[in-house]
Design a binder for this molecule. Structure first.
Ligand code: MN
Length: 254
C-alpha cells in the first residue's frame, strides 16, 4: 500500500512525524510531500500567481513552496510516479472541527486527494492552552492513530468523499473511544481581531482564534471531542443544499 503524507503545518512539523509513525504501522511505502512552511488557515488555496518549487529532503521526502493543495498536486503529479492508495493529511496541531473545515489546510489537502480519486483522510490533534506546548500534545493521536486509521483504509467510501478525524486533548488512557459523528457548527463567527502598531508606527490587524462558543448538538464532532472521544466524520464535496433546489428553481421558472 502506497501512502502519501502531507499537512498544513509544514515539512518540519512534529505532527507530520506523528503521522509518519502511524502510517508506518501499515506500510513501508511512505511518501511525504508537504508545504515548506506553515500554511494553517489556507483552506483549499491553489497557487496561481507565482511558481512553486519542489525541494528534496531525503528519500521519498519533499517540500513545496506553496499551499497544502499545491503539495498534494505536486505529490501526485511530480513526486510519486503512480497514484497512491491513500493520502493522509496531518496530524494537524489544533482542531479542525465544525466550521473550521473550510478554513483548514489540513482538511483541504484531503479534499484535493478526494478530488483526485484517492482515499483521503485528515487528522487533527485538538489542543488546549494547557496541552498546546506540552511534549505530550500529540499523545492521543500517537497512541490511537493506527486504531482509528485501520477501518478507514478498507471501509468502502463513495467517490468525492473524505474522512476528517479529530483527537481530543487528553491523555491516551483517558480517551473513551472512537465515534463516527456528523459535522457540528459553531454558534458565533470566529475569533477576535487584534489591533496594534508595527515597529514603523503603522496600524495592523491580526486575526486571533479565541475559544469559540458552541452548543453541543447531539451526534456532532464538537460533542464527541468534548466528551473525550475521537471524532470521525465522513465529508462530501457536494456542498449543494439539495432541499432548497426546488424552491429556487420554482422562483426562476415563474
Ligand atoms: Mn495547521
Amino acid at each position: 500500500m502506497r501512502i502519501l503524507l502531507t499537512n498544513d503545518d509544514g515539512i518540519h512539523a512534529p505532527g507530520l512525524a506523528v503521522l509518519e509513525k502511524i502510517a508506518r504501522q501499515f506500510s513501508d511505502d511512505i511518501w511525504i510531500c508537504a508545504p515548506d512552511e506553515e500554511q494553517s488557515g489556507m483552506g483549499h488555496a491553489l497557487t496561481l500567481t507565482r511558481p512553486v518549487r519542489l525541494r528534496k529532503h531525503g528519500e521519498r521526502r519533499f517540500s513545496v513552496t506553496g499551499t497544502p493543495t499545491d503539495a498534494v498536486t505536486m505529490g501526485l503529479r511530480k513526486v510519486i510516479e503512480a497514484q497512491p492508495d491513500v493520502i493522509l493529511s496531518g496530524v494537524n496541531r489544533g482542531a479542525n472541527l465544525a466550521d473550521d473545515i473550510t478554513y483548514s489546510g489540513t482538511v483541504s489537502a484531503a479534499i484535493e486527494g478526494a478530488l483526485a480519486g484517492v482515499r483521503s483522510i485528515a487528522m487533527s490533534q485538538v489542543y488546549t492552552k494547557e496541552t498546546r506546548n506540552s511534549h505530550s500534545a500529540f499523545a492521543a493521536a500517537t497512541e490511537w492513530g493506527a486504531k482509528v486509521l485501520g477501518p478507514l483504509l478498507d471501509t468502502p467510501l463513495p467517490k468525492r468523499t473524505l474522512v476528517n478525524v479529530n483527537f481530543p486533548p487528553i491523555a491516551p488512557d483517558a480517551v473513551k473511544g472512537i465515534r463516527a459523528v456528523r459535522q457540528g457548527f459553531h454558534d458565533y463567527s470566529r475569533g477576535t481581531v487584534v489591533e496594534g502598531r508595527d515597529p514603523r508606527g503603522f496600524q495592523y490587524y491580526w486575526f486571533g482564534l479565541e475559544a469559540i462558543e458552541h452548543t453541543l448538538d447531539h451526534g456532532t464532532d464538537l460533542e464527541a471531542v468534548d466528551d473525550g472521544y475521537i471524532a470521525v466524520t465522513p465529508l462530501q464535496l457536494d456542498l449543494t443544499h439539495h432541499s432548497s433546489l426546488g424552491a429556487l428553481a420554482a422562483r426562476y421558472e415563474s
